[in-house]
Every structure is written in structure tokens, then in C-alpha cells.
Design a protein around this ligand. Sequence first.
Ligand SMILES: [Cu+2]
Length: 215
Amino acid sequence: MTGYRVSGRGLNARRGMVATGAVAAMVLLSACGGSDSKDNTSQPSSTGSDTGSTPSAMPSMDMSPSPSATPAEALKSGTYEGTFSNVADAPDGTKAIAGTATMVQTKTGTTVSIAATGLDPKVVYVAHVHKASCSEMEGGTHFQFEPGGDPKPPNEVWLTPVTVTSAGKGSATTKTDKPVNSDAKSVVIHEKRAAGSTTDEAKPPKLACADLKKG
Ligand SMILES: [Cu+2]
């Protein structure tokens, strides 16, 4: 939280009245990683575009800090599971994605895996553990062991690569070297590279989300 406050002052000084939104946007940006900033703006119903650099356009509801406002707690060992469904602002034409995300928590580490259906073998996907539920900002930003820290593994939990069969079944597994905490709420699948494209999406859009609930 120190980083949040420090950057908040800097932005306040520079941006005046819109600083609150800007600060939240910057925090979310840094929490999610440059390649994944779509995470910040998962409610396009009001703006329709990524507004990370134009905070004045962001509705205040986007900026709710609630996912990080509650201090993370230890998470009980056991299996947490959820079912994928498309997020509301998945790009037009996204096929129905289903399947499951599974997280097995132990005292020494966490294994997260996905078994998704409805994927396109010509598309490159990425998936991460996110820190909000699917109904709250479509999963919000990435889970981080150290909030505000390095926006990539090992501080985040990425499921890479996502392997997709010709039948559209996607799978990925990753294991952390320490157990996640209660901030680990969901798994989100993004489109990293469109079919036929040779370049990655600048802001990999969210396609589907699964809440991780204890079984
Ligand atoms: Cu993600």
C-alpha cells in the first residue's frame, strides 16, 4: 500500500481533480502488467475502450478499490473450482467458452489449472489468477502475492502456455512455490493473439472468467 500512497500524491499533484481516477488506473495498470492492461477497463458499457490514460472518461464505479481494500488472508488448503463463462465485454464473435478452472491449495504451494472448451486452436490465449470475482469487474486485475509489486510471475500466477487442441479444448497448469491468499478469486482467459495475426494484442481482451470456490 505504500506504493499506492506515494504514486497517489504524485498524480494528485499533476492531475488535480481527476487524480483519484488516475491513481486507481495507474495502480491497476501496474498491478496487471503492461501487456494486460485491458484488465483495468472491464466495463466498456460506458466507454467502450481502454481508458487507462484518460481517467476523466472512467466512471467511478470502475475504480472501486474493493478487491484490494480488504486485506488478504490465508486461504484454507483444499480444492477451489469454477466454471468458465464468457465475460460481458468479450469481443464480438467470441465463441462460448466453458470448462473449468481448478486451484489446489496446500501449505507449501498452489497448483492452478484450466480445462476450457470453445477455444480456437489458431488463437493464442493467456490465463491468469485474478483478484476479483467474475461478477466484480470481470475478475478485476491480477492476483499478486505482493500487491503493487512486480506485475509478472512469480509475483503473479500466470497459466502459460494455454495449449489448444484442434477440437478447441484448452489446457494449462502452473504451480506456485507458496500458497496463494484470499485475493485469489478467479481465473480469466484472455486472447493474446488473434487467429492469423503475427502480433500480440496490445491489450489482451478478457474472454471468459471462472470464480474459484472451495469445493
Ligand atoms: Cu488476466
